[in-house]
Design a protein around this ligand. Structure first.
Ligand code: ADP
Length: 630
């Protein structure tokens, strides 16, 4: 069967594309060649995030760059007039130049005062755009993608950097732009005065560029290497700070033990970072020393020129000032490039992450899901989890017709939940087919397919939202339909409880919020069932829907489920065989294979695996023992 490309495969492809352009292993020259491309891609992201804000920020940088050079030329003009007239200048002849000098100085001052505000705004907008892109992908990828650890590493890096790196990106771009404009205009001014000085300054910057490149490479490597450990640390943080794990972590006296592991991981991060930072500082020292040497060289040339009478003192003073400003601009050009390079890992990761979305878009099946539900037929289906070496389901054949109910029973780990996930299109078969009427579901638009299915897994969600929302999310298009929400709660046997809460259905079901409450596990399970009933789909899949209910509630609920699902197709997964005996057909799963199927009476008369399990459970219940499995 032509298997559609999963998000995990799309991701692996995109990630390898990204790896091909690994800037960490590039030579300085190659990286310099890449710089315009990198700057362009960064600029594109910032442009998408906020074009008006970007244009204003560019305007400020241009103003600042041009004003500095104009200020130098005006100063040169003023000093030249002053020195030529040997102190007998009429002050009024200098007024236009002085006014112009005041204007450009004010313009430069305004630009540098407002630029940080504009950077702040742009950074926020870029973060938002980047997070939007990340969420677009995480909402679109299939469940298989979440099985891939490389996807999680990638996601972690992009997510973390989407919040922190835009500052570097915006700062890098704008600083680069401003220092380029300023450097070009000062060089132009300096060329008019004394060209040889420019050569000196540019020469001094070569070592600075080399140190920047090596520093960025070290940072790439650090971020890449530390991500798996950062993910583990993030997970421990959630366990140590989250409500869900709070009771178990305390009852097993785990806080200190987990904390030690957390401290160890953080310690490793700090050690590694310290090594990287020390290396970066050493190199920066060398780079700065090279720039100082260049300045000393410039000053020496100026002194020689003045001593030999080839340059006036006014020219020399302005040249020294221009050279000083040029070298500091070159340094900030370098800082801008370094900042941009540090954000390259984010840009590259982000772009390859977005590529997953583009690839998925191209490969996403688009056939419409069947309008009705006549029959769901599974043919010779096998399934292996991504990255696993052995299949968990082998050659499954199964059928469910309209209005029929079937059950899948079997021991823990026999593959029941996996099969349910395949039936609702969350995973695609490794081989074999699932046909919904005459349509192969791997060809259908997954969103349309899921509209027709209502599924509740045993690890159902407990949304920290109102009771109403917890039910209404089953069919968000009918979110406001209060009476339907209440009807679903009545069917699931939880209406009275919800009505009795302080704020009724508006009570938030989490102690983490004000005016909230917490429910028991059994009550949560009833809520999840209400959500499934509210969906009102043609095909209902319930995976251990009563595992957390007491015996009385379980009995009543199965009676309700039978009534409720009349006319609909129902797939029930349960380890309590007594509760599924009334379904039309039971499939017994063992080690991923269907070993028996038939109705309860057939299977009991066959006296096989099911009959044996049934007798064991019946005797277990009668002697108050624990059920056999789960
Ligand atoms: P059941 O619902 O019958 O208890 P499952 O379908 O949950 O069984 O699991 C069947 C087998 O698949 C088990 O051996 C389990 O370890 C494996 N398995 C379940 N989920 C995954 C997963 N996401 N990745 C790899 N293996 C998995």
């Amino acid at each position: 069967m032509g298997r559609k490309k999963s998000g995990a495969e799309s991701h692996a492809e995109a990630a390898s594309d990204g790896a091909q352009s690994d800037l960490g292993s590039m030579s300085g020259l190659a990286m310099l060649r890449q710089m315009p491309g990198i700057a362009w891609r960064g600029l594109h992201l910032v442009w998408v995030a906020g074009r008006r804000e970007l244009l204003f920020a560019i305007g400020l940088q241009v103003t600042s760059g041009v004003s500095i050079a104009a200020g130098l030329l005006l100063l040169h003009e003023i000093l030249s007039v002053f020195s030529k007239s040997a102190g007998s200048t009429n002050l009024s002849s200098l007024v236009p130049a002085l006014v112009a000098f005041a204007v450009v100085t004010a313009a430069a001052g305004f630009a540098s005062a407002v630029a940080p505000e504009q950077r702040l705004m742009l950074t926020e907008l870029v973060s938002k755009t980047a997070m939007d892109g990340v969420l677009d992908i995480t909402c679109a990828v299939d469940l298989e993608t979440y099985e891939s650890h490389t996807f999680h590493d990638h996601l972690e890096r992009v997510q973390k950097n989407a919040l922190s790196t835009p500052h570097q990106l915006v700062y890098g771009l704008l600083t680069l732009l401003q220092s380029l404009i300023t450097a070009v205009s000062i060089s132009f001014a300096l060329l008019l005065i004394q060209p040889v000085l420019v050569v000196f300054i540019v020469g001094g910057l070569i070592p600075l560029w080399l140190t920047t490149r090596l520093n960025s490479r070290d940072m790439f490597r650090f971020i890449h290497d530390i991500t798996p450990r950062d993910r583990e640390r993030g997970y421990l943080t959630r366990i140590l700070t989250g409500k869900d794990a709070a009771s178990e972590v305390r009852s097993f006296n785990l806080p200190n033990f987990l904390r030690n592991r957390y401290d160890q991981l953080y310690g490793e991060r700090i050690d590694l970072l310290q090594r990287v930072v020390r290396g970066r500082m050493r190199r920066s020292l060398i780079g700065s020393a090279a720039v100082s040497l260049a300045i000393v060289g410039v000053l020496s040339v100026l002194i020689l020129l003045v001593l030999s009478g080839r340059m006036s003192l006014a020219d020399a003073a302005v040249s020294a000032l221009a050279a000083r400003q040029l070298s500091s601009m070159m340094q900030s050009l370098n800082t801008g490039m370094a900042s941009l390079l540090d954000s390259v890992i984010f840009l590259r990761d982000y772009e390859s992450f977005l590529q997953v979305g583009k690839t998925l878009e191209k490969t996403r099946p688009s056939a419409p899901a069947p309008a009705g539900f006549g029959r769901l037929k599974v043919n010779d289906l096998s399934f292996t989890y991504p990255g696993a070496s052995k299949p968990v389901l082998h050659n499954i054949d199964l059928e469910i017709r309209a209005g029929q109910s079937i059950a899948i029973v079997g021991r823990n780990g026999s593959g029941k939940t996996t099969l349910a996930k395949l039936l609702c299109g969350l995973y695609m078969p490794t081989s074999g087919q699932i046909n919904w009427d005459s349509t192969d579901i791997s060809k259908c638009d997954p969103a349309q397919l899921r509209e027709a299915i209502s599924v509740i897994f045993q690890d159902f969600m407990r949304y920290e939202l109102s009771a109403h929302a917890n039910i209404a999310l089953g069919r968000h298009s009918h979110y406001q339909d209060d009476s339907a929400v209440k009807y679903a709660a009545v069917q699931a046997g939880i209406h009275n409880k919800l009505e009795s809460l302080d704020h009724g259905y508006e009570t938030v079901l989490s102690k983490a919020f004000d005016d909230s409450t917490e429910l028991s596990l059994g009550q949560w399970q009833a809520i999840s069932l209400a959500r499934a009933f509210f969906r009102d789909a043609r095909f209902l899949i319930l995976d251990e829907p009563t595992a957390a209910l007491d015996a009385q509630a379980e009995y009543e609920l199965f009676e309700t489920i039978r009534t409720l699902t009349k006319g609909r197709s129902l797939l029930l997964i349960s380890h309590r065989l007594a509760s599924v005996r009334a379904v039309d057909r039971i499939y017994v799963l063992e080690h991923g294979r269907i070993i028996e199927s038939g109705n309860h009476d057939d299977l009991i008369s066959a006296d096989g695996h099911y009959a044996q399990l049934f007798r064991l459970q019946a005797s277990g219940y009668s002697s108050q023992a624990e059920p056999l499995s789960r």
